[in-house]
Design a binder for this molecule. Structure first.
Ligand SMILES: CC(C)(COP(=O)(O)OP(=O)(O)OC[C@H]1O[C@@H](n2cnc3c(N)ncnc32)[C@H](O)[C@@H]1OP(=O)(O)O)[C@@H](O)C(=O)NCCC(=O)NCCS
Length: 556
C-alpha cells in the first residue's frame, strides 16, 4: 500500500469530536437520511456528484457557503439548524465507526491493531527522501517543538530528511528594530547591504534555534533516545535576480545549483540536512533567497520522493472554497489561471464571485507544480497550525492537506493478467459472504479482458466486469466491488459510469445485472427490475435458481 491513499486515520490523530467539518457533514447526512434521500438524489438536487457530497458528509471536503445554502434548500432547513444540530447531537456515521471505536477506548487490542496498520507506511518510507519546508513563523510561534518530535519520528524510520526554513518574520522584526525599510517589487524584497546584514543575522539565529531543538533528548519527551545530527553548510549556490521591473534587487538571489552530492553524503551518514534560504556565489557573495525556491530546487536536485510545505491554510481550495485532498499539476495550473484571469480583468474582478485564494496558495502552488513537473513524486501542502500535521498527512489514508502529483492518483482502466492477484484479494471476501458469485483464479485469468479496475495510487481498489451478449446487443455488468476502505466516496458510481461508457462505446444498447443484495444501488442508477425472461437466452440457461438473484436492466 502506498503511504498516501484513502482515509484510515489513526486514533490519536483525528478527533471527530472537535472537527467542525466532520460534525457539519454528519448533521447533513443525518438530515438527509431522515428524509430518506439517497446520496445521489441530494447530489443531483444541489448539482454536484455523489462523490463530492459523500466527501462533504465525511468532513473531507470543506463546504462553501453557496453549497451549504443549496443543501439547506434541498433539505428544507436553514444552515443555522444544521449548525445547531451538530452541536446538540452525536451522530453515528458508518464510515467513522472504526475511528469512533478507537477514540472511545485505547485498549490493548485496538492499540495493537492500529500500530500494525502503520507497518506499510514504515516500509514505504524507509530510505525515502523528504524535503520539508516551513516559514520562520513555525519557530516564532513555538510550533517547532512539536514539529521536531514528528521529524524525530520520521528520522527514526530512516526517512532521509532535508529541512528548509524561512526567516521572513525574524527578518522583518529585526528590520523594524533597526528602523530599516526595504522595498518590495512584486513580492520580492530588495536586499541592500544593510538589509543583508540583518538577513544573515536572522538566518543564523533561527538555524541555531532549530539545531538546538533537534538536539533535545529529554527522557520523558518524544525526543527521548533521539540522536539527530544536523548538517548545514554551503550546499546552495545562488546568483543575483538582478534588475527586476527596473529595480536592482541587489543581494536578492535565486538558486543556481544545489550540491546534491554533498547533501546525499550527509544523508547517507544518517544526518538531517538543514538549509537556510541563503546561497553563495563562486565570487564569495551571499544572496537572500526565497524558501520555496531553495526547497523546490533541492527536491528536484535530490530526486526527492516528497516535498512538504507547511503553510497557514489547511491546503488548496477550489473556486468553490472546498479543500482539495489531491490535485494534478494540470488542475493546479487551471486553478491559478482562473485566479489570474480574475485578478487581471477588471470586469471579472468586480464580480462578487471572484475566487478566493490565499497568499500561501499563490506562493506554494506554483512551487508544487514546478517540483512535480521536474520529477518530484508528490508535493504536500499542509497546515502548520495543526499539531502533528505531517504525521496526519503521511500516516493516514487520505491525509489532511493537499497533495499535488503530476499524474492523477486514481484512474480506471481495463484489467490485465498482472491484476489477477489483486482482484482475487478484493473479491474473495465478497465471494465468501455470498455477495459475489464465486470465480476461481482460473476463470478470472480467462475472463481478465472483461474486467475493469479502479486504481488508487497504483493499488487496485475496485473492479467490475462487462460480459457481452453480442447477438442481443446486451451486456452484463457484473462483479462490481470497491475495497471497504474506499467505499462511500462515489467510486462505485464512477466505476459504473466508466463501464457504462465503455459498453455504449462497444455498441451495446442494454445493460443488465444480477444482484442479491445491492438492488437499491442499481435502482438509484437508472436500472429497472425485470424478470429472468428479459435476459439473453444464453444467460437464462445459466441463471442460478438457488441464488435467486434479482434481474435489473438499463437501456444505454
Ligand atoms: C456497492 C459498492 C460497489 C458501492 O461502492 P461505493 O464506492 O461505496 O459506492 P458509492 O460511493 O458510489 O455509493 C455509496 C452509496 O451506495 C450505498 N450502498 C452501498 N452498498 C449498498 C447496497 N448493498 N445496497 C444499496 N445501497 C448501497 C451506500 O449506502 C451509499 O449511499 P448513502 O450515502 O446514501 O448511504 C460497494 O459497497 C461494494 O463493493 N459492495 C460490496 C460488493 C457488492 O455489493 N457489489 C455489487 C454486487 S452486484
Amino acid at each position: 500500500m502506498h503511504p498516501k491513499s484513502p482515509h484510515n486515520q489513526a486514533p490519536e490523530l483525528a478527533n471527530l469530536d472537535t472537527n467542525p467539518a466532520i460534525k457539519l457533514g454528519l448533521a447533513i447526512r443525518h438530515q438527509r437520511k431522515q428524509q430518506n434521500k439517497t446520496l445521489t438524489q441530494l447530489a443531483d438536487q444541489i448539482g454536484t456528484d455523489a462523490g463530492n457530497l459523500s466527501r462533504i458528509e465525511r468532513g473531507n471536503q470543506t463546504i462553501s457557503p453557496a453549497t451549504l445554502n443549496k443543501i439547506c434548500l434541498a433539505l428544507g432547513c436553514s444552515p443555522a439548524q444544521l449548525y445547531a444540530q451538530q452541536e446538540g447531537e452525536n451522530f453515528a456515521h458508518p464510515a467513522n465507526f472504526a475511528q469512533n471505536a478507537k477514540l472511545a477506548s485505547h485498549s490493548a487490542p485496538q492499540f495493537v491493531s492500529w500500530f500494525r496498520s502503520v507497518a506499510p507506511y514504515i516500509h514505504a518510507f524507509g530510505g525515502r527522501t523528504f524535503v520539508i519546508a516551513f516559514g520562520g513563523e513555525v519557530v516564532t510561534d513555538g510550533q517547532f517543538t512539536a514539529l521536531s518530535h514528528d521529524l524525530n519520528l520520521l528520522a527514526s524510520l530512516e526517512v532521509r530528511l532535508i529541512l528548509v526554513h524561512g526567516a521572513r518574520p525574524q527578518i522583518e522584526s529585526k528590520l523594524k528594530q533597526a528602523n530599516l525599510k526595504t522595498k518590495l517589487v512584486d513580492g520580492l524584497r530588495v536586499t541592500d547591504d544593510a538589509a543583508m546584514e540583518i538577513v544573515k543575522e536572522a538566518n543564523g539565529a533561527i538555524r541555531v534555534d532549530i539545531e538546538s531543538q533537534l538536539s533535545m533528548g529529554l527522557v520523558d519527551s518524544p525526543m527521548a533516545g533521539s540522536d539527530i545530527r544536523v548538517a548545514s553548510g554551503n550546499f546552495v549556490t545562488a546568483k543575483p535576480v538582478g534588475v527586476y521591473q527596473g529595480v536592482d534587487l541587489q543581494h536578492t538571489g535565486e538558486v543556481r545549483k544545489i550540491d546534491s552530492v554533498g547533501i546525499q553524503k550527509r544523508l547517507d551518514d544518517g544526518e538531517v540536512v538543514l538549509l537556510s534560504p541563503l546561497g553563495y556565489s563562486p565570487t564569495g557573495e551571499i544572496f537572500n533567497l526565497a524558501v520555496e525556491d531553495v526547497a523546490v530546487s533541492t527536491a528536484i536536485a535530490l530526486d526527492a520522493d516528497k516535498l512538504i510545505f507547511l503553510m497557514d491554510k489547511e491546503g488548496v481550495h477550489n473556486i468553490r472554497g472546498e479543500l482539495l485532498r489531491e490535485m494534478t499539476t494540470q488542475k493546479a495550473k487551471n486553478l491559478l489561471q482562473h485566479v489570474h484571469q480574475y485578478q487581471h480583468d477588471e470586469q471579472l474582478a468586480a464580480q462578487d464571485a471572484a475566487p478566493y485564494i490565499s497568499e500561501d496558495e499563490l506562493y506554494y502552488l506554483p512551487a508544487a507544480i514546478r517540483a512535480c513537473e521536474n520529477g518530484v513524486a508528490r508535493t504536500h501542502l499542509i497546515c502548520r497550525h495543526t499539531d502533528g500535521a505531517i504525521l496526519q498527512e503521511l500516516f493516514t489514508l487520505e491525509g489532511i492537506g493537499t497533495m499535488v502529483t503530476e499524474t492523477p492518483l486514481e484512474l480506471m482502466r481495463q484489467a490485465n493478467i498482472d491484476d489477477v492477484g489483486s482482484l482475487l484479494k478484493l473479491i474473495e471476501p465478497l465471494e465468501a459472504e455470498g455477495i459475489l458469485v464465486r470465480r476461481g483464479r482460473e476463470r478470472l485469468e480467462m475472463e481478465i479482458n472483461q474486467f475493469y479496475v479502479m486504481e488508487h495510487d497504483g493499488r487496485v481498489i475496485g473492479c467490475a466486469a462487462l460480459y457481452p451478449f453480442a447477438s442481443e446487443k446486451m451486456v452484463e455488468f457484473a462483479c462490481l466491488a470497491i475495497h471497504p476502505s474506499y467505499r462511500g466516496g462515489g467510486r462505485g458510481d464512477r466505476l459504473f459510469h466508466f463501464c457504462e461508457d465503455q459498453a455504449k462505446h462497444m455498441g451495446f444498447n442494454t445493460m443488465f445485472c444480477l444482484t442479491t443484495r445491492t438492488e437499491h444501488w442499481f435502482l438509484e442508477r437508472g436500472f429497472k427490475q425485470r424478470d429472468v425472461e428479459s435476459l439473453p437466452a444464453e444467460k437464462q440457461k445459466l441463471y442460478n435458481l438457488q441464488r435467486r438473484s434479482k434481474v435489473f436492466v438499463k437501456a444505454l
